[in-house]
Structures are given as structure tokens and as C-alpha cells.
Write a protein that binds this ligand. Structure first.
Ligand code: SF4
Length: 96
């Protein structure tokens, strides 16, 4: 894992992927004031255009990691979580 700058550009609908909330959100004043300003990953923003988030990413991504499609980023993050989570039946099969 490595700490990576994530440059999240708003799509045509004004949405970005938010790691803190693990969802696609509208990059509006409410997001910036309620979440980004108190977020330890926050490294700056252009309201309505982009937000820069710095965090330890287990995926094999470039630095900076540029994101234009928040839905694809969301899906990529869910796959990452599946990879690091053991299968639900792993403990059962080990003891069988
Ligand atoms: S700075 Fe934090 S709250 Fe704001 S978009 Fe990035 S991860 Fe989400």
C-alpha cells in the first residue's frame, strides 16, 4: 500500500467518488463543509470541479490517481474490498 494523491474530477452531473463515505456524492457546498473540511484525507478542492484526497491505497494505481468517472472508481473500490476480505465460508472449509 502507498499514500497516493487522488484527483477526483466532477463528472457531468457534478459527482465525485468520496472515500470517506464510500459512495458517489455531489461535490457541492454541503459535501465540502460537512465532510471534506473535517476529513484527514482532504488536500484541497475547487468547488464544483474537483477534490484532492490523500490516502493509503491498496490498489495498483498511479500517483497522482486521476479520476473522471466516479462510478468506475466506486466499483474499483468495492472489488478491492472483496479481494482483501476472506470468503465467508473460509473458516468452515479450513476445519472441514
Ligand atoms: S476529502 Fe474526504 S470527505 Fe472529501 S471527498 Fe475526499 S475522502 Fe471524501
Amino acid at each position: 500500500m502507498a499514500f497516493v494523491d487522488h484527483m477526483n474530477y466532477a463528472n457531468a452531473a457534478g459527482n465525485v467518488y468520496c472515500c470517506l463515505r464510500n459512495k458517489v456524492v455531489s461535490l457541492d457546498d454541503a459535501q465540502l463543509k460537512t465532510y471534506c473540511q473535517g476529513c484527514k484525507m482532504f488536500r484541497g478542492a475547487e468547488p464544483g470541479k474537483s477534490v484532492q484526497c490523500y490516502w493509503n491505497d491498496s490498489r495498483d494505481v498511479s500517483d497522482p490517481h486521476i479520476v473522471y468517472e466516479p462510478q468506475l472508481e466506486f466499483k474499483s473500490m468495492q472489488k478491492r474490498k472483496l479481494r482483501i476480505s476472506p470468503p465467508a465460508d473460509a473458516a468452515e472449509s479450513e476445519t472441514a
